[in-house]
Design a protein. Sequence first.
Length: 241
Amino acid sequence: MKSAQRALEILEVFARQRRPLALKEILEELGYPTSSGSALMKSLVALGYLDYDRERRTYFPTMRIAVLGSWVPAALFGEGPLLSALEDLHRKVDETVVLAVQSDLHAQYVHVIHSAEPLQFRAPPGTLRPLARSGMGLVLLSAKKDAEIERLRRRINVSGDGAMQSREELMARVNEVRARGYAFSKNSISPGLGIIGAALPKGPFGRVAAVGVAGRVARLEEKQQAIVAELQAMIDRLEHT
């Protein structure tokens, strides 16, 4: 179990750094011991997932990694140009852009494009947020039928993950998102930070994803109309792709 976890964490380091890395850099970032970390890197090279440059003593992912997951975006979100649309949104709003899906009782960030702004939203891919108590979670719930939301609410309350919510409380928040077409969550991630999110068109197998623009609340409030307009334009383009 630990080896599998560490192998995936190593690949995530390359996803963040996007450049060849020396063994020391990888081990320092992850805090792995040299002996086991070195052995794992050699195993990933032997399996064809990493390439080792002996002259520069650096590692880099092979195309096997790209091919391994190349089918996933289409299977989850359809054949449309979702990732390029997220990059385009990031350029236009100049804030962090987040793609989230439901993971049981949470909203999970599966893709994050970070802003260069100093005080920025730094949640990495894989981050989990409470489904009924976060902006992106409420966006995902807003695309569901009321009966399904009620089943999830009961499970969440039983799980003890946060304060108990009544049906009336949760549906009021969900219906507000439905009426506006987006959610604006302020200071729930950490003081001063927020996210404006909206639901994407349903993908294959009826899966729903949400896209959010995250950053300092003051900046998001200042640019709220423009951000919402860009989100809606992106969603419209994806619906007609």
